[in-house]
Design a binder for this molecule. Sequence first.
Ligand code: NAD
Length: 427
Amino acid sequence: MKSSFNPFEMAQQQFDKAADVLELDQATRELLRNPLREYHFNIPVRMDDGKFRVFRGFRIQHNDSRGPCKGGIRFHPQETVDTVKALSMWMTWKCAVVDIPLGGAKGGVICDPHNLSAREQEAICRGWVRQVARNVGPINDVPAPDVMTNPQHMLWMLDEFETIHGGRYPGFITGKPVGMGGSLGRTEATGYGVVYTLREALKLIGVDIQKTSAAVQGFGNVSQYAVRLYQQLGGKVVCVSSWDQSDQTSYTFRKEEGVDVDALLAITDHFGGIDKAKAAGLGYEVLPGGAWIEQDVDILIPAALENQVTGDNVGKIAPRVKVIAEGANGPVTPEADKVIKQKGIFVIPDFLANAGGVTCSYFEQVQCNMNYYWTQAETLQKLDEKMTAAFHAVAELAKKRKLYMRDAAYVISVSRVAKACRDRGWV
Ligand code: NAD
């Protein structure tokens, strides 16, 4: 993925800070700074024109001391091993911060689904599983969808895994379609999870959510559900933004009285791109992509991509901003993070704020193992409890040890994983 930083080095630097606070010994540092296992492989595919193409695939298992590895599979033309390694490490911390019994992994294939037929994508999915079928599975590593992969890809992967192993193993993979082992509530889970933690943060700093406004970057899965729930709780979202594929740039769509999710959804493609001409017709101001960060609001929710708040634009954040809830993974660069910390803005760090997705994936696995499925209300209730408890554990530690929220979240996660490694006698 395009990035101004090496994401793996950034993940290691963040880990090193927590290791210093925890005074971790050298062996534990070495064990947790790098993935336990990496699989790099080729996936040969016969294309629709009859010719063969070879795609590069990965599965990186960072740590499984607390339970089977868990993490998505990305399809992206600019995928890099270092991005996958960083994301696998962040998955370990994410599962640990919400205290679910899972470790961290991530996978990927260098490919562009925009230019592949459904049959070719199916062949890549099946080929990916064939290469790692003995290294993944319900008791050692459970994949899920991620950038440009969806429930259909998961079902093809499940079918291949079950064909190889000769049985029904719905707990092998999550993010499956509802009715084929998927969980109700999974679609909403990440965006709602962001807002459950935001709701608790506002209570903690004594701000009435009904008197707040927010600016949101992105209008995909995370953003759409975050905006919906936040507005249901009485907040006002003044803008969202999205990537315009035909112009190869992003735009911000602003409406001072608050955006209308349903009206915007009706003019949004399935990649989360809003039609700018139609938005203007609905009375939205169409501003440059970077305008979301400059809004005079109480809350910022970056929910698009990594590296979006940088040294270049962090100075544009309005003095009124009190909370940044990181819906995306790694949206703030280390340079910008220092400025945000100095400004005293309350940050809900990415691997806490967006952990709703993996928590619901864990619930999906639990339901698959029971072969009994919960209602949507039951799933979301359990999700709210988990996210709320995780938020307060981090906030209490931050208060007690006078730590920045991101550092407190790292300290909790790393200490849980380090303890599991020590208890198992690994270090
Ligand atoms: P998505 O693909 O559904 O939506 C992404 C949105 O961002 C789209 O609206 C797109 O137009 C917009 N976008 C892309 N580039 C942009 C740019 N330069 N400026 C403004 N907008 C831009 O993705 P998603 O599932 O909503 O994920 C968003 C982020 O949240 C990613 O960082 C992802 O890794 C993270 N995340 C997602 C989940 C999940 O369950 N979906 C879970 C955890 C973390």
